[in-house]
Design a protein around this ligand. Structure first.
Ligand SMILES: C[S@@+](CC[C@H](N)C(=O)[O-])C[C@H]1O[C@@H](n2cnc3c(N)ncnc32)[C@H](O)[C@@H]1O
Length: 242
């Protein structure tokens, strides 16, 4: 499968990358295509640098870190997901760098020092659009109330800002929701939350969403509204000035 780094603000990957163990990450609900972290890593980090994914899920980002020679750190609230991620990292590459996976909460990364990370790739739950657990304490996908979800994302933004080095980038993929036929502009809201916590806006990328699980159900219901077919990939920067 051919791969070229993206050069515009519209990204579309009709065919999901299946290299290394990425064919296994494709079955995790709400996973993203490996082309997303691959582009971000190549655009915003150098070999040997530290990349953090605070919502690591099945490990799509860390597999790319391993393949591209970056030190990866992955965090997920769900211990079963952490195990899955570790299994997906079981393959060999020459001169491999450490990939650390921890059970933890993106709102509290106190095992990481201030300004110790070169790039962040964050893919949080879109509030409760997909529930990742029934009763796991700290799972942000259990929050239905949008204001409460944004409050918790404020804590995430503050922590990500703390651990990121000055002048470096924090990316975030998020989609909007539809509730009772009205769109909930979750992307716009989360964008503002990150600016309020001190990040600078570097890019707003539209990520075209291809058919995913559940699309058929929505098509059958969609008589008087449009199907959401994009997500936002925001790239923020931490100011180089103290
Ligand atoms: C959209 S998924 C990430 C999918 C990932 N990009 C992949 O390709 O597999 C969001 C993840 O966030 C995790 N999560 C929910 N609340 C969290 C929290 N407070 N801290 C860290 N992870 C959390 C969920 O368990 C889920 O695995």
């Amino acid at each position: 499968m051919s791969f070229e780094v993206e050069r515009t603000t519209v990204w579309s990957f009709p065919e999901r990358g299946r290299w290394a163990t990425q064919r296994y990450t494709s079955t995790y609900r709400g996973n993203f295509a490996p082309q997303i972290p691959r582009n971000l890593i190549l655009l915003y980090s150098k070999p040997g640098e530290v990349v953090l994914d605070p919502f690591v899920g099945s490990g799509t980002t860390l597999i790319e870190c391993k393949l591209l020679g970056r030190k990866g750190i992955g965090v997920d609230i769900n211990p079963a997901t952490v195990e899955l991620c570790r299994r997906n990292l079981e393959f060999r590459v020459p001169n491999e760098l450490p990939q650390v996976v921890k059970q933890g909460d993106a709102r509290n990364l106190d095992f990481l020092e201030n300004e110790s990370v070169d790039l962040i790739i964050a893919h949080p739950p879109y509030a409760n659009a997909i529930r990742y657990s029934e009763d796991l304490e700290g799972d942000l996908s259990r929050i239905h109330d949008i204001q409460k979800f944004l409050g918790e994302m404020g804590k995430v933004a503050q922590e990500l800002h703390r651990v990121l080095k000055r002048g470096r980038c924090c990316s975030l993929l998020i989609g909007d929701l539809r509730r009772n036929k009205h769109v909930v502009p979750l992307g716009f809201h989360v964008f503002q939350v990150f600016l309020k916590r001190g990040f600078l806006p570097r890019e707003i990328i539209i990520k075209v969403q291809h058919r995913c699980r559940g699309t058929e159900v929505w098509i059958s219901r969609a008589n008087d509204f449009l199907l959401l077919a994009h997500e936002y990939l925001f790239v923020f920067e931490k100011s180089g000035q103290p």
